[in-house]
Write a protein that binds this ligand. Sequence first.
Ligand SMILES: [Cu+2]
Length: 374
Amino acid sequence: MITRRAALLGAVGAAAAPILASAAKAESAPDMTAAVASDVAHLPRIKRELVAPPFVHEHEQVAPGGPRVVEFTMDIVEQEMQIADDAWVQAMTFDGSVPGPMMVVHEGDYLELTLRNPPTNMLEHNIDFHAATGALGGGALTKVMPGEQTILRFKATRPGVFVYHCAPGGSMIPWHVVSGMSGAVMILPRDGLKDHDGIPVRYDRLAYIGENDFYVPKDETGAYRRYPDAVSGYADMMDVMNGLIPTHVVFNGAVGSLTGDRALKANVGEKVLIIHAQANRDSRPHLIGGHGDLVWEAGKFNNAPARDFETWFIRGGSAGAALYEFLQPGVYTYVNHNLIEAVNLGATAHFVVEGTWNNDLMEQVQAPTAYGAF
Ligand SMILES: [Cu+2]
């Protein structure tokens, strides 16, 4: 029996020995004794309430004025989550969702995060922002034990969509990430997005899709194992992880979380900005029956978007963005176009699009009928 306190101290035998080892090896914070001061005291502040994916908190596409300090607060939540009909994980989450909520600021703003690790949790956590500069993306400055909280501020210097994830050191890093602990930040250019010719473009809707690979251990009968807490599943899960073959690849934390009644919605003529984030593993989004009109494949808005993609590539550890104007009504399936991962492992979402069909773009000239009938 592993008590919570023993787990915190890392003194729980073989399974948790790496927890102690990685903590001891963790990189320490940089020397800041001669730091250049930040001059943010005169800047206006705005507080944003985070919302769970696939939705994104209220924000302006074009910055309404000069730089601001944009404040966010997130609780780290360790909780069991069901990821398929027959599979559960002891998830580690930012703010209770997988992926963690998206934070949106503008280039030149300061993102200020209060990160809280409630006393009910078992594990140490932190946050590494790929958008931030220095100190392991903030990871070295945000390590919080259960019962602690911290505040990190960084300047948003590079526009784009970027992954953030927990990275407490050693094998804790992949374990926390594939237990659900990642999310995305979007840093918009102050004057908004531009197309390939530099002409401003706006989106009517955002779809924030986080893809996760899970590695759930099985018992002797082949059934997925369930654990009372994250620490007791650590050793079994590490065995599955080290085989590099996920048991589940899903969008937004579970098989079917964006299909059927939970499908994404749009209307014909609307432009949807699809953000696709994957903190650990490569992916290849594809919208069946649609395209990427403008694709920032690596997700960074200082690069002109590519056009007319059929499938785009998301490097593990990055987020990409694709803008598409829906031209036909119907149900669109959005997949990771490794179709085994899409259909058998779970990486499928739906867009339900309302509007008027355009026979000029596609028409069923003759419904299927007897072979040789015409
Ligand atoms: Cu963590």
